[in-house]
Design a protein around this ligand. Structure first.
Ligand SMILES: NC(=O)c1ccc[n+]([C@@H]2O[C@H](COP(=O)([O-])OP(=O)(O)OC[C@H]3O[C@@H](n4cnc5c(N)ncnc54)[C@H](OP(=O)(O)O)[C@@H]3O)[C@@H](O)[C@H]2O)c1
Length: 321
């Protein structure tokens, strides 16, 4: 079958490690099933994998991709939850020390078919297209958990979302607006800031700009380039939720600010199967939908990877086999 895979690791030039070609059909062992992929979305995680981060060389070649929507063996339209917990794990899958994401240990979703544990399937609401549904399992689920499980915000609060153009950030903008928050964003690119306002942000600022007032919560996926600004943007007792560090992970911790202003700094990763099911129902009930930058045939996946590597994306890139 056609698949997009990492054939090597290349820390400096991830696209050099990318292959689009034939890979063996997936095998569904006990408790697993094969999903016919109708759409799969790209995440920054796939670029990290090509750089060799989280994907050791002894697991190569590895089909990339965490996210898919498709049809299971019984003909049901499904969304794939990407967090694979141990067989005997019960409760929040993201807390299983042995959990992996699809494409880390088991072959990923950027293919015509993917094998997944049956318990990882979530019904796809009929109102969502396969392309829209394929955006939910990583970027949207991560934004959902950051906002609704970790940030402790209430309607009427103000949230700052760093790096408006990203998959997680653009999801957070739509979710936060839907939840009745005042939504402020930053971006390196004024045009992305404008798009963020069209999407629902109340105001867009240049990266690092002084804000009109302090915010209740910050959602951080950019890392080093925005960390200082994130801590400075928070009101005393405010909450910073971090789930990514695209620009680097060694900023000054600003410990004095953290303790003196009693800031909460919380890590967040993906979300549970149940949170993914709730997110899908939220999209169905509210009419909100993922912002899709472009849809490409799987055979042209390299163009999507190149756009993400260059930062030339607003929202999600989706591939269709
Ligand atoms: N922990 C988890 O479960 C989890 C889940 C999903 C993602 N993540 C991580 O979160 C990060 C974002 O993921 P994504 O899929 O949303 O990525 P993406 O779509 O490629 O977005 C990249 C983001 O980086 C921002 N950015 C701002 N300044 C940057 C700089 N100096 N250098 C590089 N990028 C900069 C971009 O904002 P502008 O272009 O608007 O400035 C944009 O928000 C990644 O590091 C990813 O690994 C973690």
């Amino acid at each position: 079958m056609l698949a997009v895979y990492a054939a090597a690791a290349n820390a400096d030039d991830p696209l050099a490690a990318l292959e689009v070609g034939e890979r063996p059909e997936p095998d569904a062992s006990d408790g697993w099933t094969v999903v016919e992929v109708r759409a799969a979305s790209l995440n920054h995680h796939d670029l990290w994998s090509l750089r060799g981060i989280g994907l050791p060389e002894d697991r190569l070649p590895m089909i990339l991709g965490c996210d898919a929507a498709g049809v299971d063996g019984d003909g049901n339209e499904v969304i794939v939850h990407s967090v694979i917990a141990s067989d005997d794990w019960r409760g929040d899958e993201t807390l299983d020390p042995k959990r992996t994401l699809l494409s880390e240990k088991h072959q990923g979703t950027l293919a015509e078919r993917v094998a997944v544990p049956r318990r990882n399937l979530v019904p796809k609401p009929a109102a969502l297209s396969f392309e829209e549904a394929s955006c939910l399992p990583t970027a949207w689920l991560t934004a959902y958990r950051m906002l609704f499980v970790k940030a402790g915000v209430q309607p009427g609060d103000t949230v700052l979302i760093q790096g408006a153009g990203g998959g997680v950030a653009s999801a957070a903008i739509v979710l936060a607006r839907q939840a009745g928050l005042r939504v402020w964003v930053t971006s390196r690119d004024a045009a992305k800031g404008e798009k963020a306002v069209e999407l629902g942000a109340h105001e867009a600022f240049e990266s690092g700009a002084k804000l009109p007032e302090r915010v209740d919560a910050v959602l951080e996926t950019v890392g080093e380039a925005t960390w200082k600004h994130s801590l400075r943007a928070l009101r005393p007792g405010g909450t910073l939720v971090v789930s990514g560090a695209t620009s680097g992970q060694a900023p000054s911790a600003e410990l004095q600010r953290v303790f003196f202003l009693q800031l909460n700094v919380l890590g967040s990763t993906m979300g549970t199967r149940e949170e993914l099911a709730r997110l899908a129902r939220l999209c169905e009930a509210s009419g909100i939908r993922p912002s899709i930058d472009r849809v490409l045939p799987l055979s042209e996946a390299r163009d999507g990877f190149a756009a993400m590597d260059a930062g030339d994306v607003f929202g999600k890139i989706v591939f269709t086999p």
